[in-house]
Write a new protein. Structure first.
Length: 387
């Protein structure tokens, strides 16, 4: 069985590397320095990407009465968690169906009706790079902080040639599971607008020992699941690791902006950065194959992290894929705010975001990671083309 996610970034060698990694302050310093040089700002390393995002939103909005943050209407619940943790509320901007991201026109229409918006988050859904220049202009006109969330798009460039992370006032990137720089958890905040420097609160505390142990063993657990799934043992391991909280779901957990990235994870993140161009190239090659087989039906055709398209019957498509040996049920985003278990608790403005709601009913993701080869992609494309 091949999976959409479930540790698919981890080879057998990497599981051991992460299990026994030892870091020091120099690794933390090297990663910080590299990020500062690459993105032309001041970098802070956090234990979770959402912690970095929450601090970015706090910096953008803490001088605004009843602040709101313009955010993509199709996104992850941890983005909404970060907005709430910063004392703000989300202003959902409906997506364009062919990009799964809001346009400058949609943002402008929403801003005309709002006076308390303090920031706008650009996320480049699935790594498909939007035209950020008009959004940048709108942010400047309306005196909004532009926050780039480049968890999906690290190492890619906008249509105008600027690299992701080189436009925003504040930039968040992720070292979380299933991202290109995957060390199970972690993230960074880059402050590119110096006016925020006086108010930033740097993280100073380490995650507790249990949290760090979970992060260390997650690659090993998922490697075992993948390699024993066919004989049934993998299913048991998968069920047990969450039942006993040996692992926790990526969207779970409170936000604590005081927690910094452990040194051993900083060391591993440096290793991921060293091969980032190769990772993007390999994924881009897989995306080009999906493009060749699926054409304009792909929503994410310029991205790398996942292929995405809308199908007429998602349940049947996923079942056909499962029957063929591909477990792809992990979908960004099968509800407007994923995962579904958290979406139900949100007061999501369904009537204001009809395109995001409709797209979330039909969207599926196809893997671009190294665990799928070119034959797999051909087979997957054949299956999803079936009616």
């Amino acid at each position: 069985m091949k999976f959409q996610a479930l540790g698919s970034n981890y080879s057998g060698a990497w599981t051991l590397k992460q299990l026994f990694a030892i870091g020091n302050r120099d690794d933390h310093r090297q990663l910080t320095t590299m990020l500062e040089q690459r993105f032309d700002g001041k970098a802070y390393l956090y234990a979770r990407g959402r912690y970095a995002l929450a601090e970015a939103i706090r910096l953008a909005c803490d001088n605004t009465d009843k602040p709101r943050v313009a955010v993509n209407a199709l996104t992850c619940s941890v983005v909404i968690d970060a907005i709430h943790a910063a004392g703000a509320l989300p202003l959902y901007i409906d997506v364009d169906s062919d990009t799964a991201h809001f346009s400058a026109d949609s943002l402008e229409s929403a801003l005309d009706d709002q006076s308390s918006v303090c920031a706008v988050i650009v996320q480049n859904t699935y790594g498909r790079m939007i035209d950020i220049a008009p959004i940048e202009t709108l942010a400047q006109t309306h005196h909004l902080t532009l926050i780039e969330d480049i968890a999906h798009s690290i190492g890619q460039s906008y249509p105008d040639g600027r690299e992701a992370g080189m436009v925003g006032d504040l930039v968040m990137l992720s070292f979380g599971r299933d991202k290109l720089l995957d060390v199970t958890n972690g993230g960074a905040l880059i402050i590119r607008n110096t006016s925020f420097m006086a108010r930033v609160v740097a993280p100073t505390n380490w995650p507790n020992a249990t949290t760090q142990l979970r992060d260390r063993i997650y690659p090993l657990l998922t490697w075992l699941v993948r390699h024993t799934y066919a004989i049934g043992l993998g299913k048991l391991i998968h069920f047990t690791m969450y039942l006993l909280k040996i692992a926790i779901r990526s969207a779970e957990g409170e936000i604590d902006t005081s927690q910094r990235l452990p040194n051993w994870q900083a060391k591993l993140a440096l290793k991921r950065f060293a091969v980032l161009d190769q990772l993007n190239t390999r994924r881009r090659e897989r995306m080009e194959l999906y493009q060749a087989y699926l054409g304009e039906s792909l929503i994410s055709r310029d991205g790398t992290i996942r292929a995405a398209l809308a199908v007429d019957n998602r349940t049947e498509s996923l079942q056909r894929l499962r029957d063929a040996g591909y477990e792809l049920v992990d979908t960004w985003y099968d509800t407007p705010i994923g995962p579904a278990s958290k979406y139900k608790a949100l007061a999501y403005p369904v009537d204001d975001c009809p395109r995001a709601v409709e797209l979330s009913k039909r969207i599926i993701n196809l893997p671009t990671h190294d665990q799928v080869n070119y034959h797999d992609i051909e087979r997957i494309a054949q299956i999803v083309r079936q009616r």
